[in-house]
Design a protein. Structure first.
Length: 285
């Protein structure tokens, strides 16, 4: 993998999406971020680092938990995302929230700077996440905790989307993705350490963590209708597929997804239970 190209692709995608990211009436990242913070359980007065903070789905929930006597710092590789989170912090008057542009693969902080590290669908996207985990262990104070989320990876479903999309998105379209984002590449990169709980636990222990907890839960992805979901998908990871599809196939896929999702929702809003893996661990006291 060309790490420089990979990071520039991610940065560009999320810079372009920042203005509408998680703002189109679809609920997923916000409830997932809130649940992640519940599991991380930061306490009043503690210091929290939120990796890949985006617009702040976990950041501001953590800020509520630590209160004004604590401090929450969010980092993101996309400057536009950081600017949106910073603007929200100002609107909320959250003076104990700080946001910086930073490459999450190489966090630049002194050792033992934080009590809690969180990463909602972010830590796992680092080019070599297992190699980065020890750097985060070093940033935690004795007894500090890390908590992050991941899709539940399996061999027979397309990752990062609810299982229903494995049938709705024709596999032939995925050939249009950049090589690092095609299914085989994703399986090599993610399934190799995230699919099996034993592999994941060994990776965490090898990175310097203990008391590893892994729990799979369903987060209810909600959207008013199929069209809204498709619009929303242009603001997150699936944006890469939309960008690389030929115009004709782009229109075809949009029509197919909108039609099928509206059929699934019936007369009410769309509900798509989405499996999410919550991982937490601590460093020794």
């Amino acid at each position: 993998m060309d790490k420089t190209k990979y990071k520039s692709t991610v940065t560009e995608a999320f810079n372009n999406a920042a203005a509408t990211y998680d703002q189109l009436g679809v609920e997923f990242f916000t409830p997932m971020g809130r649940r992640l913070v519940e599991r991380a359980d930061p306490q009043p007065g503690q210091r929290v680092l939120d990796v890949g903070c985006g617009r702040g789905a976990s950041l501001f929930v953590a800020a509520e938990r630590v209160g004004p006597s604590g401090h929450v710092l969010g980092i993101d590789i996309a400057p536009a995302m950081v600017e949106e989170a910073r603007r929200q912090a100002g609107t909320l008057g959250a003076r104990h929230v700080e946001v910086r542009v930073m490459d999450g693969e190489h966090p630049d902080f002194p050792p033992a700077s934080f009590d809690v590290v969180t990463g909602s669908y972010s830590l796992i996207f680092l080019p070599d996440a297992p190699a980065a985990l020890p750097r985060y262990a070093a940033l935690l104070r004795p007894g500090g905790r890390i908590a992050f989320t991941s899709p539940v990876f399996t061999e027979d479903t397309f990752p990062f989307l609810p299982p229903v999309f494995t049938e709705l998105i024709p596999e032939r379209l995925l050939r249009n993705l950049p090589a690092d984002w095609r299914p085989d590449a994703l399986k090599r990169r993610f399934n190799s350490w995230l699919q099996d709980t034993g592999d994941l636990t060994r990776t965490m222990v090898g990175a310097g963590f203990e008391d590893v907890e892994i729990a799979d839960e369903h987060i209810d992805l909600r959207a008013p209708d199929g069209e809204t979901w498709v619009d929303w998908s242009h603001t997150q990871g699936m944006r890469l597929l939309w960008q690389h599809l030929p115009e004709y196939e782009n229109r075809q896929l949009r029509h197919r997804l909108t039609t099928e999702l509206d059929r699934l929702r019936g007369e009410g809003p769309l509900h798509l239970p989405t499996p999410v893996r919550f991982v937490s661990a601590s460093v020794p006291d």
